[in-house]
Design a protein around this ligand. Sequence first.
Ligand code: ATP
Ligand code: MG
Length: 434
Amino acid sequence: MVKTDLRRLTKKRVLIEDVFKKNLKKVEIIGWASKTRGLGKIRFLLLRDISGMIQVTAVRSKVKGDIFEMMDKISSESVVFVKGEIKTLKQAPGGKEVIPDEIVEIAHADELPIDVSDHSKTELPKRLDYRFLDLHRKKIQSIFKIQSEIAHSFREYFYNKNFMEVQLPSIISSSSEGGTELFPVNYFEKKAYLAQSPQLYKQMLACAVENVFTITPVWRAEKHNTIRHLNESRQMDIEMAFAGQMEVMKELELAVQYIVKNVLEKCKVELDLLKIKLKVPKAKYMSYDETVKLLKVKYGEDLTPENEKKLDEKFPDTIVFVHSWPASLKPFYIMPKQGKADAKLSEGFDAIYKGMEISSGGQRIHLPDLLIERLKNKKLNPKNFKSYIDSFRFGAPPHSGWSIGLERLTQLITNQTNIREAVLFPRDRTRLTP
Ligand code: ATP
Ligand code: MG
């Protein structure tokens, strides 16, 4: 399309929602043709833009030029400009329709490889192969509108509390946590890795500027294929100086409540479309000891996905904070109780919401000697963590933090069975495109 043409077609464009809200008489709109049907002397076209949908109606004897024939030729999902008059019509969706004076096809759509109707019959893997087209669907757009609100509310909550937003590296020289498998990267003459967590960096930041937050991608090379894991995901992280596990759990509670409250207020249309009943969650705090007794789990074992589901059944619409985990089940950097290297319990927690872990966190060890002892305890070599340990030798206060998986939280808030529904372009064991 030539430039001048684009200007002419977009200059007086109005959004479809405004056609309904502002009682306009003559309009110019642009959108994707979502459905066309023909019946004898009448043709209908549903035009959809980001704000809404409207019916365009042409009666053969009443429209100008070749408009009637054009409407037959417009394929589903083609992008079309329509100039016309608004008429009130009870039977039309939303009670209004456009009688076209001019129609221009801005971009043609070939025959569609997937079903983009509201109740698409295409299976998830195929939909993901054509994710860019899958995103033409209102339901799919709604998931990501909600995700946008989740990320925005997280950022807003901590920004308003004077936390500093920080940008941390994604290429790291060695494993920051131990345990998790990493993706190697060729970094000039050295071997490097993609970060599996921003944690060690946000700790260094907390020890200098106190309270920080970040939203950052992380990569985990585990070969799992589950409905709750991705190999690339985004984390919403905080770290606070002079705070223990209780203080940061309280921030997590308030932040998630703030996020859900905002989603409820600002994404009403999307929640309706996805048929989601959402409530601002309550919070329940339980120690690991209490939790395993309640769930009849063997002491010393991690919570399984089934255990997490049970917690949701027992405490619906509640963020369940399971705190004071056995040190053996938490990473080496989590503070043991009373700062004693051989303590059985730790200052580490998990938060479970809607039957799944949404976050892990706790107080970190800020004492180099204790870190060395804990590393040895975990059969890790302190030499491999030298620069990390040394970063706490020059005035490092006690500090705590946590991390929420953005896609995991989106999955739960939007009630999706598979986490892949909650990421625009998933990276999993087998998928690297689109
Ligand atoms: P899980 O027990 O569910 O495997 P984890 O304990 O290994 O998670 P953490 O290292 O505690 O994960 O990460 C913090 C949060 O990030 C998790 O609570 C979860 O919300 C999210 N998360 C972790 N791993 C993944 C992943 N592979 N894909 C998507 N989100 C993840
Ligand atoms: Mg965890």
